[in-house]
Ligand binder design. Structure first.
Ligand code: ADP
Length: 416
């Protein structure tokens, strides 16, 4: 049985350490600070000192230095408890003459085995110390080390053990993280595949509903009343709306499952965009919106998938008509700068608050649910459009001023 002095200012920590060491068969004495510890070292028989480093009054390093040099007890082993927040901590400990250190938070088994090892090697510390120290430089600071070879070796081995331990923890965390990432990826893929499949399964009966409603409306099964015709029109409008939503979900799911492939070719910009207005002619007329196209050089081509490019433009133009009040203005224009073509869809509509400019590109995000609901859509158009733009090595961004209008800019690389 050995007598161990614990120097620790936190009573809880001191009690914890004492019970741990007592369980391992040692006797303990506790000092709440450095001065009290030095007094006990002077008057009591002790086999080992275990000291915290940061304490009110003198530090653990100083306690160690005084024990070893001033009190002439070079043979009394001192173990420092360190947070090891700084690699200098080890060298400082060595300089102060410490025999070993234990990092906090400590593993109880590890602490006891290290204390026992230091006690077993005690004889080494009893030898007289060399009085001419070795000066070393570490991380830009100079230290004079007077420790014995064995002591240094012991410390080095402890540091190595510490590293191996930390490395093991890191390794197992990396494996866990990798595993979690794989699981998340598989779950996300399963979700996308499920959505893609469901959307497909939903479209078949929905098309049937539309078809049969059409047959009745056409009077195939006999004459219908004006009231019945009204209801049939509503059935068909809702069926079409639902079909659009399902197509959007299907598109996004396919894209997330990595099933959408873009096949880029050289696409002439002007020839593709000049006629785009035809895609939204009915909406323009219904809301009496003015439309302008600002074309450019016929020779410019982008490296993109023509169908996907038109899908994005259609979505941006449709949004522009949806979110611009009657009598407003919509402009489609483009320009080339160096290797990039900037395609802009501009409107004089309601605009988008600055703090929503990014989130509207996320799936199912709409600035105003209620208002948007009356204008159809579920908030997937921009998410899909941005994904498509990126798949073609481009980007889609928005700028806007509430009450004045918005500009959506699609950038695409020009052909090589
Ligand atoms: P949806 O049009 O189906 O709601 P989108 O992803 O295309 O879905 O758009 C998401 C939201 O972004 C819209 O609900 C609307 O709030 C906002 N938004 C998109 N385009 C415009 C625009 N030109 N002007 C104002 N708000 C817009």
């Amino acid at each position: 049985m050995s007598r161990i002095l614990i120097v620790e200012d936190s009573p809880t920590q001191a009690t914890l350490l004492a019970s741990l060491l007592e369980e391992a068969g040692h006797e303990t004495v506790v000092a709440p600070d450095g001065e009290a510890a030095l007094e006990l070292v002077r008057t009591e028989p002790l086999d080992l000192v275990m000291s915290d480093i940061i304490m009110p009054g003198i530090s653990g390093y100083e306690v160690c230095r005084r024990i070893k040099l001033e009190l002439g007890k070079a043979g009394l082993p001192v173990v420092l408890l360190t947070g090891l927040s700084d690699p200098l901590d080890i060298v400082r400990g060595l300089e102060s003459g410490a025999d070993n250190y234990i990092t906090k938070p400590y593993d109880p088994e590890h602490l006891v085995s290290r204390v026992n090892r230091v006690l077993a090697n005690r004889e080494i510390r009893r030898r007289t110390r060399r009085d001419d120290g070795v000066e070393i430089q570490f991380m830009g600071e100079a230290f004079v080390i007077t420790a014995e070879k064995e002591q240094i070796l012991d410390l080095l081995i402890s540091s190595y053990e510490e590293l191996v331990r930390t490395n093991r923890v890191l390794e197992s965390r990396t494996t866990e993280a990798e595993q979690a990432r794989k699981e998340a990826e598989a779950a996300s893929k399963a979700k996308s595949e499920f959505l893609a499949m469901m959307s497909h399964e939903l479209r078949t009966p929905l098309n049937a509903i539309g078809g049969y409603a059409q047959l009745i409306e056409d009077g195939v099964h006999g004459p219908i009343t004006p009231e019945q015709r009204k209801s049939l029109t509503r059935i068909r409008a809702n069926q079409e709306h639902l079909l659009t939503l399902i197509n959007d979900v299907l598109n996004l799911a396919r894209m997330e499952a990595g099933r959408v492939t873009v096949q880029p070719t050289d696409v002439p910009v002007d020839a593709t965009l000049a006629g785009a207005v035809e895609l939204i002619r009915p909406q323009l007329e219904a809301k009496k919106l003015r439309y302008e196209y600002q074309g450019g050089d016929h020779g410019v081509t982008v490296f993109a998938d023509r169908e996907r490019l038109l899908q994005i433009i259609l979505n941006l133009l449709t949004n522009a008509t949806k979110f611009t009040d009657e009598g407003g203005r919509i402009t489609l224009g483009w320009r080339r700068e160096n290797g990039t073509v900037y395609i802009e869809v501009k409107d004089s509509g309601i605009g988008i608050p600055a703090d929503r400019l990014e989130s509207i590109f996320e799936p199912f995000v709409q600035v105003e649910q209620r208002r948007a609901a009356s204008r159809e859509g579920v908030g997937l158009g921009l998410a899909i459009s941005r994904e498509l733009a990126r798949a073609m090595n481009g980007e889609l961004v928005a700028e806007s001023t509430v009450g004045e209008g918005s500009v959506f800019t699609l950038t695409l690389p020009t052909s090589a």
